[in-house]
Design a protein around this ligand. Sequence first.
Ligand code: GDP
Ligand code: MG
Length: 438
Amino acid sequence: MLENISERLQNALRFITRQAYVSDKEIAEYLREIQRALIMGDVDVRLVIQLTEEIKKELKETGEEYGISLKDRITYLTYQGLVKILGGEKKELRIIPNQLNVFVFMGIQGSGKTTTVGKIAHYLKKNRNMRVGVIAGDVFRPGAVDQLKQLLKDEIPLYSNTSKKNSIEVIKEGIEWASKLGLEVVLVDTAGRHRTEESLMEEMAQIINEVNPTATILVIDAMIGQQARIQAEAFNKVAKVGYVIVTKMDGSAKGGGALSAIASVGAPIIFIGIGEGIDEIEEFDPIKFVSRLLGKPDLESIISRVQKMSKEERLRAQKMVRGRFTIEEFIQQLESAKKIGGIQNILSSLPGGARLSKKDMEELFIKVKKWRAIVNSMSREEREDVTIMDSSRIRRVARGSGTSEKDVRELIKQYMLAKKTIKKISKGAFRNISRLRL
Ligand code: GDP
Ligand code: MG
């Protein structure tokens, strides 16, 4: 599925992560390649430009943010941007408990409605353990009922009435039938192979009006690419589109275009069809989808690296590296260092940076607990500027924190030393450090 786009996106990411030094030139080249990949996949140019502009802007704004490499940030922003154009959070088909839920399928002829009705019926029965039935609302096409029978394989009850020539009547009878059977969900297949699009729309409006379903489900063929937007809007005018299912994602290079176009209309895509087989359907989850597009194992580690550190923590780390931090921030940094191994990363990423052994780190963490108590006993003024700590202040703080004066003096000494050392090693080196391969 979407192998061509996927390959290009992954190539672009590989290009950027293999650079020893990432400058604006490489970033521009990377973003151009992302644009090419998406436009080739029939994603609307406006969406593509918006995506790359946002990445550029975010990179500029957080250009010197510390604690995470530029390459990780580029990858993460690309991932986030793609998830956003595909609709963001995963949406689900909502089924109201203790009542019959009626879902009317709509879509132009050949889009895959009948097949999808069959797939969803089996899916709901198997995966959600629901009592589900189907109504053959396509009264015009002679083979429609047989097609459904084949798809449902005696496992799902089907209502049909081939003697009737009015689909609304058949659907109403079917709903009564479903209520009597005590079903929780009934899926209504609709059609009109011989009809023009306009009269199909009219009939749809009438069905919705008279049947008043729980929701409508629009079926769209991925092959139409970004035209899906126009189709979704057209149907939305006739009957509010509750959910969308995009079919034939397996065979189409334009699937990404269809998905992003539909998401941009605000219609929730809940499933994608990925083959002709009855179980070839999957829940649509933008996050999983993008992870697959970009190549999973790599991406997962980058996402967890970025998300492990909050923005606040990164800014603090940045201040730290520049030697501008208060004693409070010094302690905070040491405390979060345990969680993220951050201090180790930061120190070792600086030229000549220190490497602490595991034992050193453990001793440090025991000390940090004591230091935390000391800092908590300091006044706000003292925390902002420890140089005002004279012996009477030191005595007060030691008593207040249940430590010794020696402990307090040691903390102050370590803090001043850290500041001085870090300032010295980062001088000059800092400017380019965030752009180097970490
Ligand atoms: P309808 O006219 O909207 O009811 O469309 P059908 O359900 O009859 O489907 C039209 C054709 O599309 C059939 O040959 C289906 O097998 C095929 N089809 C439907 N969904 C998918 C899909 O996800 N992948 C592929 N490859 N074919 C599909
Ligand atoms: Mg059909």
